[in-house]
Design a protein around this ligand. Structure first.
Ligand code: ATP
Ligand code: MG
Length: 213
């Protein structure tokens, strides 16, 4: 396809990307929250936005169905980053990845005993690496959402999840027991597109870079 296709997810990424797009002179003509359209035109005839699931953004860009995309570091670590150029930390959708457990569970003591822990998470690869580096024995259970429920329902002793205010953990009587890493969203670019369409893509990348706070 001629022109530029940008893959974005609805919600916080779309909202926080609007000022960056504006800095590149790009204004989406519809709000994906109210429109059901999955392909959204912009004020520029050569730029369109495709609305995909947050975890599908790297895949669209990897295969060139989108030239650019914006994805959380959490999502990129699980995807692996194959075929993606990652030139910029956009410093949006900031949160952190952590291990959380029920307030009454002595996680540190369980780790010292060398206990085998059941940990539920959407982030299997990141969790595996984290616990391996710490020498903690875990059985990882893959979930697709609502990780906070797992310890309460007896599915797991702990979870690996994203936290920003901590409000959701608190509401479910969970506490953060280990910090894993800070998370923010990155610009991802299809490597082949960057070579073939550099004159179109580079100005957008430069405008984003200039607009990062
Ligand atoms: P879905 O809601 O479709 O299951 P998702 O939860 O991954 O997918 P979003 O909730 O839109 O999608 O999150 C998109 C990205 O925003 C995440 O990949 C992460 O990088 C970041 N994020 C997630 N939760 C928070 C949060 N509480 N505060 C700030 N950023 C967050
Ligand atoms: Mg979500």
């Amino acid at each position: 396809m001629d022109g530029i296709t940008i893959a974005l997810s609805k919600g916080r990424i779309f909202e926080e990307t609007l000022p960056l797009l504006a800095a590149a002179g790009i204004v989406p003509s519809e709000d994906p929250e109210s429109s059901r359209k999955l392909i959204i035109d912009t004020n520029r005839p050569d730029v369109r936005v495709v609305i995909v699931r947050a975890s599908d953004v790297p895949t669209y860009v990897q295969y060139g169905a989108a030239d650019l995309g914006i994805a959380g570091k959490d999502v990129l670590l699980e995807h692996g980053g194959t075929g993606l150029y990652q030139p910029l930390d956009l410093k949006i959708a900031k949160c952190r990845m952590c291990v959380a457990a029920p307030a009454g569970f002595d996680y540190a003591a369980a780790v010292r005993r060398g206990a085998r822990l059941r940990v539920a998470t959407k982030y299997i690869n990141t969790a595996r690496e984290h616990f391996a580096a710490k020498g903690v024995h875990v059985d990882l259970i893959k979930l697709y959402g609502s990780m906070e429920l797992a310890p309460l329902a007896g599915l797991a002793e702990a979870i690996v999840d994203l936290v920003s205010s901590g409000g959701t953990l608190k509401a479910n009587n969970l506490v953060e027991v280990e910090d894993i890493m800070p998370i923010s969203s990155r610009l991802v670019v299809n490597q082949a597109a960057l070579k073939l369409k550099r004159e179109l893509l580079q100005p957008v990348i430069d405008a984003f870079a200039g607009a990062v706070k």
